[in-house]
Design a protein around this ligand. Structure first.
Ligand code: CA
Length: 404
């Protein structure tokens, strides 16, 4: 469509609202406003207009201002005070120093549309150019109570530093990347993003959710808000919970049930493993006979483990490595005397075991030697000696409760 046709026919331009749903309230708490052109038959997306670099930014500002005013007017009439999410790129925001947008928002604030209901979505790609100018403008907006969301986080390499500097209220995670159960590579990115969000106090919003797998992923990874066709399509009017394509409370209840069951299975395994070690406890012959003790333990963990050893509370390995290769346990005595205190969580875990007297299962991590995903079950033998049992990947893979 010719950009001039769009500008000359602003009366044909209408907003559509894509509902944003809360994991806390299980209800619609806001809308992302998108632009459509009404050609008499269909509502046509304005995506190409907004993404076309040839279209002057002033045109885009004009269309966006038009959409914004209609949306705010309609939302003023609604009883619930939902959030209004709007998309703005950096260049657009910098036209006239971003004053047009602010003026409109101030005008509506006087009519009762609180500024903190407005969320401006900026994309990470925009950070490449003139980040400092954009950052200053957004900080200025924030002083009015306006909220900032970073759109499409994680789609490309993440500008962690810049997101941190911006301290947005919301990170919008694009779940397109984890469609078709292809989530493994994204797990690590997600882990970093969750940490970042926690540090800067930002909420996670997962968008483009189109199936149950993605919704479950979003829920499991701390998503406070959800958006996507699986929940609701953009429509030309404001909607309530009843318009959602699924019963979110029911969905989440199923996720909770499943998660609780997995945690329970995992805790049962830990108890079982602990019992297996405890039964051998009478055979513990002190630090001089550690290898003999492991020799007994290994037979009881033949299915689960491929490596085990004993350390003292300073992190020093006092036993040989018992290492299973091709179904045969080998004793590697050269590992005796190694110190593992530098490893993440090592001392924390040792002190916890010493204090509680209970075993601990690590999270999944990649073993430096085998490069395989493993977990370590550690258990206190005395106040001073601790047994580490590395659980092999094939066992983890066979037990869903250990995969997560
Ligand atoms: Ca957006």
């Amino acid at each position: 469509m010719d950009p001039l046709d769009i500008i000359d026919n602003l009366h044909n331009i209408k907003p559509v609202y894509q509902p944003i749903v809360s994991a806390i309230k299980h209800d619609v708490i806001g809308y992302e406003v998108l632009g459509r052109y009404d050609n008499g038959n269909d509502l046509v997306s304005l995506g190409t207009f907004f993404h076309d670099e040839e279209v002057p930014d002033e045109f885009k500002v004009e269309v966006d201002q038009h959409l914004l005013k209609i949306a705010m007017k309609e939302m003023l009439g609604s009883e619930k005070e939902e959030y209004l999410f709007i998309n703005r790129n950096a260049k657009q925001l910098m036209v006239n120093d971003g004053e047009d947008l602010l003026e409109t928002l101030l005008l509506f604030e006087q009519k009762g549309f609180s500024m903190n209901r407005v969320v401006i979505e900026v994309t990470e790609h925009d950070f490449d150019e003139e980040f400092e100018v954009l950052s200053h403008l957004l900080q200025y907006y924030k002083t009015f109570g306006i909220q900032i969301a970073v759109d499409h986080v994680g789609a490309k390499s993440s500008n962690i530093d810049r997101i941190r500097q911006l301290e947005p209220h919301i990170l919008k995670i694009d779940t397109t990347i984890i469609r078709n159960q292809n989530a493994e590579g994204f797990q690590d990115v997600m882990y970093s993003l969750s940490m970042l969000a926690r540090r800067i106090g930002a909420a996670l919003l997962f968008e483009n959710i189109e199936d149950d797998f993605q919704l479950h992923f979003a829920w499991k990874h701390g998503g406070r808000f959800y958006q996507g066709y699986f929940l609701a399509k953009p429509v030309d009017h404001l909607v309530s919970k009843e318009a959602l394509t699924l019963n979110l409370s029911k969905k989440i209840a199923a996720y909770v049930f499943r998660e609780k069951s997995l945690v329970q299975q995992r805790l049962h395994l830990i108890l079982l493993w602990e019992r297996k070690v405890r039964e051998l406890q009478p055979k513990w012959g002190g630090p001089k006979k550690v290898d003999g003790f492991i020799d007994l333990v290994k037979d009881r963990f033949d299915e689960e483990s491929f490596r085990m050893f004993i350390c003292n509370s300073d992190g020093q390995q006092v036993s040989s490595n018992f290492r299973k290769r091709l179904d045969v346990w080998e004793v590697e005595s050269d590992q005796k005397g190694s110190n593992w205190a530098f490893r993440p969580y090592f001392l924390e875990n040792v002190m916890q075991m010493k204090t509680t007297g209970k075993g601990i299962l690590s999270d999944n991590y990649s073993d430096i030697e085998t490069k395989e995903m493993i977990r370590t079950f550690s258990v206190p033998l005395t106040d001073e000696y601790f047994l580490f049992i590395d659980i092999r990947y094939s066992f983890i893979y066979d037990h869903e409760c250990l995969l997560v």
